[in-house]
Design a protein around this ligand. Structure first.
Ligand code: HEM
Ligand SMILES: *[C@@H]1O[C@H](CO)[C@@H](O)[C@H](O)[C@H]1NC(C)=O
Ligand SMILES: *[C@@H]1O[C@H](CO)[C@@H](O)[C@H](O)[C@H]1NC(C)=O
Length: 308
């Protein structure tokens, strides 16, 4: 994973350098870079940033995320059996899903053609090998398509938005940016790529990345979850089927936990010059169902910040 992130960081910084110091909007390039990391894990290859199929996939994902906020999509979620007959943004979402599934299915067919049972190039290979095992009946192709798209949806917008918050905070607070730069220069220098193992030697940069995630607070209500059986939680009785929506802001902006909850202040994560892990830091939510790919996200941010 780390090597693939490092490789992609090289392409992204090259794309930034191509702008020759002129102002530009980094949004699309960052999205492409983050998606490419997920592409190399799932499909075994990355795409050139201007590749037509790739840009098309990114556009579909972006549009689908946006359309979920529209009124017809919300109405469909509340009254699916009626609203499915109406025209509107929810129909575009269905069409987009069909296209994105088609993209992944085509990748799977190509993988089947040259599958080597004793070697795995990527997630799709590993999944296909699992399907071929005698007890592989829990694994099926529809599920492979769904899991692959899951990784794209869960991983792209989140990581990309976090990196853009990081760039914004570094632009707004040049003194903080300068301290991060000084730590990068001292620990990594200008000749090699940053690596995960550098993190422990970079308490200030680590604190800044954590503060970006705390203050950025990009998924304030985490994901909705459902009680699978009657449950008692913090003294509340939750009957089976209750939807639970956690409020992460109530923890990440709590004035009982944070000295200056509404300021961007990396000191929240520093004690005596060392990195200070805080229990109230939970941008990935907490517990068994929390985001399982914190490592990927953390190190991507690290690499990109350092490259900057
Ligand atoms: C800054 C980056 C990210 C943030 C802030 C983030 C945050 C979250 C949050 C809050 C959840 C809900 C957890 C819960 O319900 O308790 C979640 C779930 C999930 N995340 Fe992330 N995530 C990030 C990056 C990624 C990446 C890069 C991937 C994969 C490539 C990923 C894959 C997933 C998956 C698959 C789930 C669903 C887990 C499940 O339903 O069991 N996330 N993430
Ligand atoms: C497949 O499942 C059966 C029954 O659960 C079990 O006895 C057997 O060891 C399994 N085989 C493999 C290869 O996991
Ligand atoms: C979530 O928590 C924040 C911060 O405590 C609070 O301002 C907000 O009203 C809460 N939202 C809901 C829906 O309870």
């Amino acid at each position: 994973l780390e090597e693939r992130i490092q490789e992609e960081c090289r392409f992204l910084t090259d794309a930034f350098r191509d702008e020759q110091g002129n102002p530009f909007n980094p949004h699309l390039k960052i999205n492409s870079a983050v998606s490419n990391v997920i592409c190399s894990i799932t499909f075994g290859n990355r795409f050139e940033y201007h590749d037509e199929d790739f840009q098309n996939l990114l556009r579909l994902m972006d549009e689908t995320v946006t359309l979920h906020g529209k009124i017809m999509s919300q109405l469909y979620n509340a009254f699916p059996s009626i609203i499915k007959y109406f025209p509107g943004s929810h129909q575009t979402i269905f069409e987009n899903w069909r296209l994105m599934k088609g993209f992944v299915k085509e990748k799977i067919s190509k993988h089947k053609e040259d599958l080597n049972p004793s070697e795995s190039r990527d997630f799709i290979d590993s999944y296909l090998q699992e399907m071929a095992k005698p007890n592989g009946s829990d694994f099926c192709e529809d599920n492979l398509v769904a899991c692959t798209l899951d990784l794209f949806f869960a991983g792209t917008e989140t990581t990309s938005t976090t990196i853009r918050w990081a760039l914004l905070f570094m632009a707004i607070y040049p003194e903080i940016q300068a301290r991060v730069q000084a730590e990068i220069d001292a620990v990594i220098g200008q000749t090699r790529q940053p690596a995960l193992e550098d993190r422990d030697k970079m308490p200030y940069t680590n604190a800044v990345i954590h503060e970006v995630q705390r203050k950025g607070n990009i998924i304030p209500f985490s994901l909705p979850r459902e009680a699978m059986k009657d449950t008692v939680l913090a003294g509340f009785h939750l009957p089976k089927g209750t939807i639970v929506v956690p409020n992460l802001s109530s923890v990440m902006l709590d004035k009982k936990d944070w000295e200056t909850p509404h300021s961007f202040n990396p000191e929240h994560f520093l004690k005596d010059g060392q990195f200070w892990k805080r229990e109230a830091f939970m941008p990935f939510s907490i517990g068994k169902i929390s985001c399982s790919l914190m490592l990927l996200c953390g190190s991507t941010g690290m690499g990109l910040l350092a490259a900057q």
